[in-house]
Design a protein around this ligand. Structure first.
Ligand code: DOR
Ligand code: ZN
Length: 426
């Protein structure tokens, strides 16, 4: 049966649309998008969206789902459930599983598990190098044929610049973007948090902003050399934003994302040695946070992705230095990002572009728009609903969230994938 979503405000940056529209879904596709009242309701399932915002399904282009290998932290099913609860109709999952997703069989396994879960679409990102060990390139043609949409050794940088050059050249022949985790491991040394006043006061080894920035510059330089598609993951510093802004201004093809924790928290969150604030890259300073917001506002940063990185108490209920890096974000990403709209940093249309339109374009996947003929991946938002973050209610298997107890304004109230309601609070 077809579904008519009426009375809502449709925000679809791909069509330059932000106004009242009724949306008809039929056969898993967007069948029509018309002014209010223009689509007859008879014989259709009706959904009253008055007071709600209707957007193309949100896409989180950077998550860790931990399956295969660390199912005690997350599975593809639990991660996909967290995704749809958070308003995401699709996620791209990083390859640092066990085994690493460096072969077609692992890529196919991920897609099979995602199909079995039947919740969000899951797009596998495959490894740049075998085992993500930075020694030999994996087989990009096989990986693409199996369904990989991008390549990354995320969790680690590709330290060898020659291997990175070859990876960019090889990826270019298959039209695959490389998503770079920019971190110079020698500069990072034994660091566990941002290097600055707070690390000094806490007596923790610091990681300088330069550990990220020198690699952002190196990879942009290599993107220029090779003409390949480079996407910079989890941008966290003032300097990285400046470098990317410059690169775009001179016409180098590069895209970039940041994560909600980089515009919501500073290194002050590490006081008290909260291991949920231990993340890679590190939480930075107020100056960096301001630069990240500016980068989003002026389009230097193309996307907001959660870098959802589940860990259990085994990895987190330990002393700060020994804890794993990472925090979960699928169920808070939208609420934290909407704060940028409420604070007039971004327009709603910009936010939807950064959480749907642009990720779809960067990954070359369907969705990201409500144009008739597109897959019926839709998110319904209540921008004003206040709610409290409570990790005990999360669909994720993990609890490593530094935002527990925060009050956020705005959340997804319904998530539709391929015309099927996969999450609903109505
Ligand atoms: O904090 C992080 N956690 N950063 C990464 O790059 C990897 C991730 C993980 O896999 O836990
Ligand atoms: Zn990373």
């Amino acid at each position: 049966m077809s579904l008519l979503i009426s009375g809502g405000t449709v925000v679809d940056p791909a069509q330059g649309l932000e106004e009242a529209r009724d949306l008809l879904i039929d056969n898993g596709k967007i069948a029509a998008l018309e002014p209010p009242g223009a689509i007859p309701g008879e014989g259709r399932r009706l959904l009253d969206a008055r007071g709600l915002v209707v957007t193309p399904g949100l896409i989180d282009m950077h998550v860790h789902l931990r399956e295969p290998g660390e199912e005690y932290k997350e599975t593809i099913e639990s991660g996909a459930r967290a995704a749809v609860k958070g308003g995401f109709t699709a996620v791209a999952c990083m390859p640092n599983t066990q085994p690493v997703n460096d072969t077609a069989s692992v890529t196919r396994f991920i897609l099979d598990q995602a199909a079995r879960a039947g919740l969000a679409r899951v797009y596998p990102v495959a490894a740049v190098s075998v085992g993500s060990e930075g020694q030999a390139l994996s087989e990009y043609g096989d990986l693409k044929a199996a369904g990989a949409v991008a390549l990354s050794d995320d969790g680690r940088p590709v330290m060898n610049p020659l291997l990175m050059r070859r990876a960019l050249e090889y990826a270019k022949t298959f039209g695959l973007p490389i998503i770079s985790h920019c971190e110079d491991l020698d500069l990072r040394a034994d660091g566990v948090m941002h290097e600055g006043l707070v690390s000094l006061e806490l007596g923790l080894w610091g990681i300088p902003a330069a550990a990220e920035e020198v690699m952002v510059f190196r990879d942009i330089n290599l993107a220029y050399l090779t003409g390949a598609r480079l996407h910079i993951a989890h941008v966290s510093t003032f300097g990285s934003v400046q470098i990317i802004r410059w690169a775009k201004s001179v016409g180098i093809e590069v895209t970039a994302e940041t994560a909600p924790h980089y515009f919501s928290l500073t290194d002050e969150a590490v006081r008290g040695y909260d291991t949920n604030a231990k993340v890679n890259p590190s939480l930075r300073t107020a100056e960096d946070v301001a630069a990240i917001k500016e980068g989003l506002a002026d389009g230097t940063l193309d996307a907001i992705a959660s870098d959802h990185a589940p860990h259990s108490s085994l990895e987190k209920d330990v002393e700060f230095g020994a804890a794993a890096f990472g925090l979960i974000g699928l169920e808070t990403s939208l609420g934290l990002s909407l704060k940028l709209v409420h604070d007039n940093v971004l327009t709603l249309s910009q936010l939807v572009a950064q959480m749907s339109t642009n990720p779809a374009r960067i990954l070359g996947v369907p969705g990201g728009t409500l144009k008739p003929g597109s897959p019926a991946d839709v998110t319904l938002l209540d921008l004003n609903r206040e709610w409290q973050v409570d990790v005990t209610t999360f669909a994720s298997k993990s609890r490593n969230c530094p935002f527990n107890g925060w009050t956020l304004q705005g959340r997804a109230v319904m998530t539709i994938v391929g015309g099927k309601v996969v999450s609903s609070e109505q």
